[in-house]
Design a protein. Structure first.
Length: 249
């Protein structure tokens, strides 16, 4: 086994039918891992078929809303052995403080349910299936440490991911399971195209020190794989920015 080997590992990727999740699943499969894609949409089966065709590996598909804890505990709990959990499912929609009360409140609650509570449910269901040497990786955001106007729910949920990452790193460290977070900048995904305003996109791209335009999902996927390798076995409770220098910490 090399320091960067993940062959034979079994990996669960939530939000895996598209965007960052799909790219991460592809990167793990290409590196020899067995991948399970989980998503709330019916397209997850087609995504698994497509990924299998691209990588030549059998890819499992699970349809599940991470905010539905009973379903999560049932479906994730029946997956069998897991070595790696990528908590990537998420929503990004505006929640302006002066917006329509019912609409914004509903979006706020749903965002926290998916982006924060759902990550906790998935992790609770997965940990009993994991042994020493396991790895849990959360997808945070550049807004886990900064913020943007009218995105209070999204920013709150992504700030919460950092707290959960650190708390779980303390709790699961004695079990030999690492817990880390990756904080992407502006990635070229369908969700970002739909839900981030053109003005914000222009601003964040202009702030990149290395400015090649959008960050593509495949570019960031390798970092998710790294955290499951022997090279990262002593890294836990950490949050790593991937944003081409837009934020430096």
């Amino acid at each position: 086994m090399t320091m960067f080997d993940v062959s034979g590992k079994r990996v669960l990727v939530t939000g895996g039918s598209r965007g960052i999740g799909y790219a991460v699943g592809k990167a793990y499969a290409a590196a020899g891992a067995d991948v399970v894609l989980l998503s709330s949409g019916a397209e997850v089966s087609k995504s698994a078929e497509r990924l299998s065709g691209e990588t030549g590996r059998r890819i499992e598909a699970v349809r599940c809303d991470v905010a539905d804890r009973k379903t999560v505990y049932d479906k994730v709990g029946r997956l069998g052995r897991l070595d790696v959990v990528i908590n990537n499912a998420g929503l990004c929609r505006q929640t302006p403080i002066s917006g329509d009360r019912d609409e914004v409140d509903d979006i706020f609650e749903r965002t926290l349910a998916v982006n924060l509570s759902g990550q906790f449910y998935v992790t609770r269901a997965a940990v009993p299936l994991m042994d020493k040497g396991g790895a849990i990786v959360f997808t945070g955001s550049i807004w886990s440490t900064t913020a943007g106007a009218e995105y209070a729910a999204y920013c709150a949920s992504k700030h919460g991911i950092l707290g959960m990452t650190r708390a779980l790193a303390h709790e699961l460290g004695p079990k030999g399971i690492t817990v880390n977070a990756i904080l992407p900048g502006t990635v070229h995904t369908e969700m970002n195209l739909q839900n981030i305003t053109p003005e914000i996109r222009k601003l964040v791209l202009a702030q990149m020190v290395i400015n090649r335009g959008w960050i593509e999902p495949d570019e960031i996927a390798g970092l998710f794989v790294f955290f499951a390798t022997p090279a990262a076995r002593d890294i836990t409770g950490q949050s790593i920015h991937y944003n081409r220098g837009q934020v430096m910490v």
